[in-house]
Design a protein around this ligand. Structure first.
Ligand SMILES: [Zn+2]
Length: 151
């Protein structure tokens, strides 16, 4: 997947388009939940990803969808790319590729891998953390792993 992001200009909220079907709307279940604007439909737009391209579709936006100031016919799709502006009701959204954010995400993944590696290599140093009449819980002082034993 190309690493495309969408930003709601009014609030600066930004979401990464991470799924093959990304839903935007005033519905808490939406991938991009638009709060505080009654003019935006519950299910306003869908962004599809296929064959390396992103497409936006009007799936019932009350006030239509504008891509680069051109109205998208209802139920039809338009290809969208980095640098474009989308308008839903009275709100504008921009599309961009954030290399810096990608590096941060990669760094987080790397850090997670390091923790997992460390955990595998650790010769645990157990310390009892909790006791009840049946069991003792231990935590490794070095890697944080937990185990429990019957008393
Ligand atoms: Zn350990």
């Amino acid at each position: 997947m190309q690493n495309l992001y969408i930003k709601r200009l009014r609030t600066q909220e930004t979401k990464r388009l991470t799924t093959t079907e990304f839903v935007i709307g005033r519905n808490a279940d939406a991938d991009f939940f638009i709060r505080g604007n009654q003019m935006i439909s519950r299910l306003a737009a869908k962004i599809h990803y296929s064959n390396g391209k992103y497409y936006i579709q009007d799936v019932g936006a009350l006030n239509g969808i504008f891509v680069q100031d051109a109205r998208l016919p209802r139920q039809s799709k338009a290809e969208i790319t980095e640098g474009m502006t989308i308008q839903l009701a009275d709100e504008k959204f921009t599309l961009f590729v954030d290399i810096q954010a990608d590096i941060q995400i990669d760094t987080q993944i790397d850090a997670q891998i390091q923790i997992e590696k460390k955990r595998k290599l650790c010769t645990h140093k157990w310390e009892s953390a909790m006791v009840n009449s049946e069991r003792i819980w231990f935590v490794c002082k070095k890697c944080g792993e937990r185990k429990e034993e019957w008393r």
